[in-house]
Write a protein that binds this ligand. Structure first.
Ligand code: ADP
Ligand code: MG
Length: 248
């Protein structure tokens, strides 16, 4: 359902992504691991053109977009359609502080999809129940724990009915038990068949929950495979070195 070909991106002469390609099947949960600064966030942001790649071809569902450095208004219109298929969740939650949890989740369906408020409320309430936040739906974000905020951010992304969810270190700001609340929501979504790509430092989650793990270093995919290959039988010396460092 997602095909990315040869994503290249540099910042001020520094080659950050050196031609990354990825095909994702519907329902897959893919973890992206790798050292800080290797291009993980840039890759996720290029997938939905939040960052303009120097070179890329991306197809998500029925929307294809290729670019070669120039960025036209037509590209922006395509990117807009492509992003409609993508939900994105960041480390820093990014909820609107002046809106309740329920209002945060209702906002985009009302303003972007032009759904009637009462219908949006029904959808939002169902999603908040799914992520275990129905009882705090009328609270403002500053009255939530970090784990609750992140689950609200997931519900907000889901409200747009994305085909794929992208997460950039969704649990890095959280204590272990609050992380677990978030990861279990992601596991439940996986069981329902959601397609998810997760940048994570949580090796336990990457190993236990992923269908596929990508190891990124210096802007290239060094190795990809099922979790058993990557964690128990890594083929590449660079993968082994990274895992030794991070697991020790
Ligand atoms: P990761 O998420 O793996 O830690 P990033 O994708 O955030 O890595 O960054 C990869 C490299 O690109 C880093 O060297 C970072 O400093 C650089 N970089 C990222 N975003 C920008 C930007 N907007 N401007 C300049 N350099 C950037
Ligand atoms: Mg990052």
């Amino acid at each position: 359902m997602l095909q990315a070909r040869n994503i290249v991106k540099s910042f001020g002469g520094q080659d950050v992504l050196k031609g990354i390609s990825l095909d994702v099947e519907r329902g897959e949960l893919i973890s992206i691991i790798g050292p800080s600064g290797c291009g993980k966030s840039t890759f996720l942001r290029c997938l939905n053109f939040l960052e303009h790649p120097d070179l890329a071809e991306v197809r998500i569902e029925d929307v294809s977009l290729s670019c070669n450095g120039r960025w036209t208004r037509q590209d922006e219109a395509h990117a807009h359609r492509l992003r409609a298929h993508v939900g994105m969740v960041f480390q820093a939650f990014n909820l609107f502080p002046h809106l309740t949890v329920l209002e945060n989740v209702m906002l985009a369906p009302i303003h972007v999809k032009k759904i009637a408020a009462n219908q949006a409320e029904i959808i939002a309430t169902e999603l908040l129940e799914k992520v275990g936040l129905k009882n705090v739906k009328d609270r403002y974000p500053d009255r939530l724990s970090g784990g609750q905020k992140q689950r609200a951010a997931i519900a907000r992304a889901l409200a747009m009915k994305p085909s794929v969810m992208l997460y950039d270190e969704p649990t890095s700001a959280l204590d272990p038990e609050l992380s677990e609340e978030v990861l279990s929501v992601m596991r439940a979504l996986d069981n329902e068949g959601m397609t998810q790509i997760v940048v994570t430092h949580d090796m336990r989650f990457a190993r236990a929950a992923s269908d596929r793990v990508l190891y990124l270093e210096e802007g290239t995919i060094v190795e990809s495979g099922d979790p058993d290959q990557i964690f128990a039988h890594p083929q590449e010396a660079r993968t082994r070195r990274f895992l030794r460092t991070i697991l020790s």
